[in-house]
Design a protein around this ligand. Structure first.
Ligand code: URA
Length: 245
């Protein structure tokens, strides 16, 4: 919480974006404010540290990103997954049980390239899931995103739970464009969750203005962007570092 507040302040100490924060999974603030959650777990801090290190080679970077994704998705799914109750026979008797509802798979939307790495272990945390890929590329000069791959369905069913993965929320252009594609197809942004490794204030500000009911689960919030739109200190280009390009 403290970290979020510090990162949300400009040099003249005004808040950059309006959103609720949460401690121990409880929301603080209005229910229709965007919620940004930085899980206070040592493993999240550990994998962020490995990712930040310039000496981390691509295969280790990729597996650290996948591990970070596993725990962020776990946090994002905590109060979100639908279950069905039933009864099973154990070797010693009968037990009342709850299963993840197989009729309600979470729609996982990785934003290529690096989002693919963040969702590598999604299957271990979301037993029922479907994956829809989207690809965006950022113009190096204008920093504007353009979509080069769209595997989204024409329409999502009402009540669909959608998890969008984009490791770096920098200017916010790509994540906003991706969420707009989803809302056009019937997704309620209040049922949408974003997972990211690192976020910066411009992206959080944009998201909170456009999608007030959204929830963002992020490993770390950094202060600023450089002139190329990279997060500082950040971790560099998440796609290049994952794939060794
Ligand atoms: N994309 C990245 O991979 N890194 C950044 O810092 C910003 C956008």
């Amino acid at each position: 919480l403290q970290q979020r507040e510090e990162a949300g302040r400009t040099k003249n100490h005004r808040l950059h974006w309006r959103c609720a924060a949460t401690a121990e999974g409880k929301q603080i603030g209005g229910s229709n404010q965007m919620l940004v959650y930085v899980p206070p777990h040592p493993l999240i801090k550990h994998w962020i540290s490995v990712l930040r290190n310039d000496f981390t080679p691509p295969p280790m970077f990729k597996s650290a990103m996948a591990e970070l994704g596993r725990f962020l998705i776990y946090e994002a799914s905590r109060d979100w997954l639908l279950t069905v109750s039933g009864e099973v026979n154990t070797p010693c008797g009968t037990a009342q049980v709850e299963f993840i509802d197989p009729r309600e798979p979470v729609k996982v939307v990785p934003i290529l390239r690096a989002g693919l790495v963040l969702v590598e272990h999604a299957g271990s945390v979301l037993p029922a899931n479907q994956t829809y890929h989207v690809g965006f590329v950022r113009d190096e000069t204008t920093l504007q995103p353009s979509m080069y791959l769209n595997k989204l369905p024409e329409r999502f069913a009402e009540g669909a739970r959608v998890l969008v993965a984009d490791p770096m929320l920098a200017t916010g252009g790509t994540i906003v464009a991706a969420i707009e594609e989803l809302t056009k197809r019937g997704v309620d942004h209040n049922l949408l969750r974003v997972v990211a490794a690192v976020a910066a204030p411009p992206a959080l500000k944009k998201l909170s203005e456009k999608f007030p009911g959204l929830r963002v689960y992020v490993g770390m919030i950094d202060e600023e962007l450089n002139e190329k739109g990279y997060i500082v200190p950040g971790l560099g280009d998440a796609g290049d570092r994952s794939f060794g390009t």
